[in-house]
Design a binder for this molecule. Structure first.
Ligand code: ADP
Length: 186
């Protein structure tokens, strides 16, 4: 069997695939696959709020005061990391999969791009991403992984200032899917 690709270099930045728990990562920031309410939820969102403590939710509440209708899909905002190892959490909202004909690919790409643009603006040099939208939001992971990696690679090719992007996949299966997608793109 071919050796799986788990790391590539794009200019001065590394893109790394790991299996694990995003709440344990010591990158400068981690990204939360939030929902537009920003009040926590299940999946990775629940895990981040549970481990990070109440300071994250308090900052989300303040952000919501200026976003009465919630955070639009594809946008990103930043809070403290509270008690997490990561100093900051970037909250973004991926699209809910409803067949692929309602702009889901572009919205998913925007969630990655806007998270990265915010990280760059904030001076975060290392960022961990979960597999946005592929849990409760039902986006097929084979499709989502190509968009996730493609958006990140394109951003790193165009922008300097980030040293490491880590994709933290929760299961061995998800890691394999991302490895296959990276092999196609690299
Ligand atoms: P969404 O609503 O965007 O689909 P979910 O949190 O339901 O978000 O799922 C997104 C992905 O995050 C799924 O692949 C899920 O397995 C994964 N996930 C859940 N908990 C964690 C965690 N602690 N660390 C990394 N990934 C996680």
């Amino acid at each position: 069997m071919d050796k799986e690709i788990t790391q590539i270099q794009i200019g001065t930045a590394r893109v790394i695939l790991v299996q694990g728990d995003i709440t344990e990562q010591g990158t400068h920031a981690i990204v939360n696959a939030a929902n537009s309410g920003l009040m926590g939820g299940g999946g990775v969102d629940g895990a981040i709020h549970r481990k990070g403590g109440p300071d994250i939710l308090n900052e989300c509440k303040i952000i919501r005061e200026s976003l009465p209708d919630g955070l639009p899909t594809g946008d990103a905002v930043v809070t403290t990391g509270g008690r997490l190892r990561a100093e900051h959490v970037i909250h973004t909202v991926g699209p809910i999969w409803s067949g692929g004909g309602t702009g889901e690919p572009e919205l998913l790409a925007r969630a990655y791009r806007n998270s990265l643009a915010l990280a760059l603006k904030m001076g975060f040099r290392s960022i961990s991403f979960p597999s946005i939208s592929t849990g409760a939001y039902g986006y097929p992971i084979e499709k989502a992984s190509r968009i996730a990696l493609g958006s990140v690679i394109e951003f790193l090719e165009k922008n300097k200032g980030i040293d490491e992007i880590r994709f933290v996949l929760h299961s061995t299966h998800d890691l394999r899917v991302y490895e296959d997608a990276l092999k196609e793109l690299a």
